[in-house]
Design a protein around this ligand. Structure first.
Ligand code: HBI
Length: 99
């Protein structure tokens, strides 16, 4: 069972998670990615989907044209765990590769 991050562990994680913020009223983290166009936004989602499936950890996300709004939380732990931090980092890396 994966554990929720402590306050200090979360603070430390946030230092490396550029662009992400806490969700008010819920133990979750969120970021909105904006891409060049829909094609790039969907390409991002396709690449993240592979990582999510491999890690059995899936985002809550909404795509409108060239934006992808993402919320990460671990349902099993009812809050933010290292899995969410890892997936958020992977998303930042993938988004960075897309330019
Ligand atoms: N994705 N974000 C997230 N959180 C989970 O707890 C989770 C998941 N994907 C699959 C998954 N859990 C399964 O292991 C079952 O617990 C549903």
């Amino acid at each position: 069972m994966v554990e929720r991050l402590s306050a200090e562990a979360r603070k430390a994680a946030f230092k490396e998670l550029s662009g992400w913020s806490e969700v008010s009223g819920r133990d979750a983290i969120a970021r909105t990615f904006t891409f060049k166009d829909f094609n790039e936004a969907f390409g991002f989602m396709a690449r993240v989907a592979v990582v999510a499936e491999k890690s059995d950890h899936h985002p809550e996300w909404r795509n409108v044209y060239k934006t992808v709004e993402v919320v990460l939380s671990t349902h099993d732990a009812d809050g933010v765990t290292q899995r969410d931090v890892d997936l958020a980092k992977a998303m930042n890396t993938i988004a960075g590769q897309l330019g």
